[in-house]
Design a protein around this ligand. Structure first.
Ligand code: HEC
Length: 175
């Protein structure tokens, strides 16, 4: 009989315990957290800060990338994409870029910053570089890339055909 009463009591208390998981509509933010976070597209951080926040987690600070995480090296290499057909579009359409929370203008600035001879792209840059504009980024990022590995492999093949040494750190570097 006692077990039955305890059992019944548990069944009756359970919904109350579960009810605690439902957010309290009167809940207030913790002190010091009252302000909503500014979305990064409106935060007006500098381009290097945008890189730190949106890209460096995978690509690392200096664009070295990480073979273990399938992230190619951009340092001294990424500029070669501009020398092959489809490469300019590819750089905007990779998901880390096109799907980032940055605005079109911020992404254009970020690309133009990466693609500087004194920046990550270094000596891989072509002689005549046409900077990206916000409009171009807007147009390109809307079109998704359906088969990234094949698209990328084809670009790397075109580089090889031009005699460009491959140094993307993905295990197929030219010796
Ligand atoms: C979650 C990890 C991740 C984040 C965050 C990320 N990327 Fe990437 N990025 C990758 C991977 C992995 C690739 C290789 C292609 C692929 O699988 O998407 C890549 C490819 C690229 C490429 C093409 C280079 C090549 O050799 O294929 C560029 C350029 C690039 N990323 C720039 C950026 C920029 C700029 C940002 C920040 C706005 C960014 N990525 C954010 C993981 C990331």
């Amino acid at each position: 009989m006692r077990a039955l009463i305890i059992g019944l009591a548990c069944v009756m208390v359970a919904p109350l315990a579960m009810a605690r998981a439902i957010p309290n509509p009167d809940q207030r933010p913790a002190p010091g957290n009252e302000q909503q976070q500014t979305p990064i597209a409106q935060a007006r951080y500098s381009t290097p800060v945008n890189y730190q926040l949106q890209c460096a987690g995978c690509h690392l600070d200096d664009g070295e990338g990480s073979r273990a995480n399938d992230t190619p090296r951009m340092k001294d290499f990424v500029g070669h994409f501009l020398k092959v057909e489809g490469g300019r579009e590819f750089l905007v359409r990779v998901p880390g870029m096109s799907q980032s929370a940055l605005s079109d203008a911020q992404l254009a600035d970020l690309l133009n910053w990466l693609l500087r001879e004194d920046g990550m792209a270094g000596k891989s840059m072509p002689a005549h570089y046409q900077p990206y504009s916000a409009d171009e980024v807007a147009r390109l990022r809307k079109v998704s890339m359906l088969n990234l590995p094949d698209t990328r492999a084809h670009l790397i093949e075109q580089m090889r055909a031009l005699g460009i040494p491959i140094k993307d750190g993905m295990g197929n570097d030219t010796p």
